[in-house]
Design a protein around this ligand. Structure first.
Ligand code: DLL
Length: 447
C-alpha cells in the first residue's frame, strides 16, 4: 500500500466517496490531525469548552493520540440550551452562512451554525450517503423531509444536487401531491421519515395508486427510530430498497452516517465525525462491539464544533468489515434512545421492542400507538394496532385469536402483559415528520 498522505485540498480531485475507502492508518492520522485542530479551535474560541478543559487541567497540547479524546469533557444538549442562541459559535457571524434550529418541544430551540466550509462538508457527506446506496446522476429524488429550520430538507437537498441527481424540493405534507409527483415525474428515490413513508404507502393504496408499479426504487429513511421489521414491511409494501440515514442537528444534520447496499449497519463518515460508545450511566468508554450511548465529536466543523456530544442514541460499533469494502466504521441501526425508555411496573420497555413484536405477526399493519395509563396506582400499557380490513368482516373469534397472538408476542419480548386493541385501517393518527409512538397519560386525571 503506498504511503500517500491524505490532504484536504485533494478532495476536489477525488470522487466524493474516496474517504470511505481510506486505509486505516491514513484515516486515523487524518482524524488525529483534525481532532487536534478542533480541540484548539474550541479552546480558543468557545468560552464553555475552554472553562471545562481548564477545570480538568487540560490544554489542547494534551491531546496527542486519538485515545486522548477520552480526557475531554462531554457536551450535553443542555449546554446548547444554556448558551442559547449563539454561545457555542466558534466563528464570527460574518463567516456564518446559515443557521438551523431544532423545534424544541419545551422552551427555546437549539441553534446550529454553518460556515461555507461546513455546508461543503455537509454536501460531501450527503453525496456519500447516496453513493453508498448506488444513487447518483440520473436519479430523480423526491425530498419530503421538512424544509425550513429543520436540517432534514436543506441538508439532503444540497448534497443531492452536488451528486448531480435531480431534486424535487417538495418538503413534508400534502400527501396527494407527493403521490402525484412520484407518478408524474418518475421519481426513483424518496427521502422522508419512515413513518411518513408508511402514510404515503397507505394513502396511495386508498386513492388507487400502486406504488410497486412506479419507478421508485429506493428510500432514505431516518430522523426517527425504526426497526428491521419495519424495513421488511416497507420494502415489501413499496417494492423498494429502504436505507437507513442517521444524523442530528447538533453534529451537522442528516449525513452523519448511512447504510450501504450491503444494508449491514450505518457507516459513520468518520473523517468528519468521530464516534465513541460510552456507558450511558457512568460515561465510561466501551470497546467496539459493546452496546452503549453514541458520543460524537465533529472533526472539521468551523462554525460550531462540538466535543464528545452525548447523543442519547443507543447502539454499538460493529467490528466485522462491511460487505461493501468501505473502511470507515459502522454502527448498528439505532432503534432506541436512552430517554425513550418507559418503565411499566418496574420493567424497562422501549417502543422499538413493541414494534418488533407486533410486526412479526402477519395481518398487522405498520401503524400503532402505545398508550400508558395509571389505574389504581398501577401502570397499564395499551397498544392500539391497525389490522387488515378482513378481520372486521370475518368472525369475531378470528379477531380474538389475533389479539391473543399479538398479546403473546408482546409479552415474549417485553415480559409483561399489555392490553391489545385492534383497530380498523386508517384510524390512528398519521405523521408528516417525526411520529410520536407513545402517548403517556399516566399523569392525566382519570375519568
Ligand atoms: O433528525 C436529522 C436527520 C434528518 C436525520 C433527516 C436523518 C434524516 P434532529 O431533529 O436533531 O436531526 O434529531 C436527531 O433523531 O439523535 C436520533 O435520536 C434520531 N434519529 C435521526 N436519524 C435516525 C435514524 C435529524 N436513522 C435525533 N434512526 C437523533 C434512529 C434517528 N434515530
Amino acid at each position: 500500500m503506498n504511503q500517500h498522505h491524505w490532504n484536504d485540498s485533494e478532495c476536489l480531485f477525488l470522487p466524493a466517496s474516496a474517504p470511505d475507502y481510506l486505509p486505516l492508518p491514513q484515516l486515523r492520522s487524518l482524524q488525529l490531525q483534525r481532532l487536534r485542530a478542533t480541540v484548539k479551535r474550541c479552546y480558543e474560541h468557545v468560552a464553555l469548552f475552554r472553562s471545562r478543559m481548564e477545570a480538568k487541567g487540560l490544554t489542547p497540547a494534551d491531546i496527542r493520540t486519538l485515545d486522548d479524546i477520552r480526557l475531554l469533557p462531554f457536551t450535553e444538549k443542555s449546554d446548547l440550551r444554556d448558551t442559547y442562541p449563539f454561545g457555542l459559535f466558534a466563528s464570527p457571524m460574518s463567516d456564518i452562512v446559515r443557521l438551523h434550529a431544532s423545534s424544541g418541544t419545551t422552551g427555546k430551540p437549539i441553534v446550529v451554525a454553518y460556515t461555507q466550509n461546513d455546508i461543503d462538508v455537509w454536501k460531501n457527506v450527503i453525496q456519500r450517503t447516496f453513493a453508498c446506496a448506488g444513487v447518483g446522476r440520473g436519479d430523480i429524488i423526491q425530498n419530503a423531509y421538512g424544509y425550513g429550520l429543520f436540517t432534514g430538507g436543506l441538508g439532503v437537498h444540497y448534497g443531492a444536487e452536488a451528486l448531480g441527481a435531480t431534486v424535487i424540493p417538495v418538503s413534508g405534507g400534502n400527501t396527494d401531491r407527493q403521490i402525484m409527483l412520484m407518478r408524474d415525474f418518475g421519481i426513483t428515490v424518496i427521502c422522508c421519515t419512515p413513518s411518513y413513508f408508511l402514510h404515503i404507502i397507505d394513502h396511495a393504496e386508498k386513492i388507487g395508486v400502486d406504488i410497486r408499479k412506479l419507478p421508485l426504487r429506493a428510500g432514505f429513511f431516518g430522523a426517527e427510530p425504526w426497526t428491521e421489521e419495519m424495513r421488511k414491511r416497507i420494502e415489501e409494501l413499496a417494492g423498494i430498497k429502504a436505507y437507513d440515514i442517521y444524523g442530528l442537528s447538533e453534529i451537522i444534520g442528516p449525513g452523519v452516517g448511512a447504510e450501504s447496499q450491503a444494508q449491514d449497519g450505518l457507516h459513520i463518515f468518520e473523517d468528519h465525525f468521530f464516534p465513541e460508545i460510552v456507558d450511558p450511566k457512568t460515561g465510561e468508554s466501551l470497546p467496539d462491539g459493546e452496546e452503549g450511548e453514541l458520543v460524537l465529536s465533529t472533526l472539521s466543523k468551523e462554525a460550531m464544533p462540538i466535543l464528545r456530544y452525548r447523543t442519547h442514541d443507543i447502539t454499538s460499533i460493529l467490528t466485522t468489515p462491511s460487505g461493501c469494502g468501505r473502511t470507515i466504521r459502522r454502527i448498528r441501526r439505532i432503534n432506541r434512545r436512552s430517554d425513550d425508555m418507559f418503565i411499566i411496573r418496574g420493567v424497562n420497555v422501549f417502543p422499538s421492542q413493541i414494534e418488533t413484536a407486533i410486526l412479526q405477526i402477519e395481518d398487522t399493519l405498520p401503524h400503532y400507538l402505545i398508550i400508558l395509563t395509571r389505574q389504581n396506582n398501577l401502570d397499564q400499557i395499551t397498544i392500539q394496532v391497525e389490522v387488515t380490513e378482513k378481520y372486521f368482516s370475518d368472525k369475531v373469534s378470528e379477531l380474538q385469536s389475533l389479539r391473543q397472538r399479538l398479546a403473546h408476542a408482546v409479552e415474549q419480548i417485553i415480559g409483561i402483559r399489555a392490553e391489545l386493541q385492534l383497530v380498523e385501517p386508517r384510524t390512528l393518527a398519521r405523521s408528516e415528520g417525526k411520529i410520536a409512538r407513545v402517548s403517556d397519560r399516566r399523569n392525566q386525571p382519570q375519568n
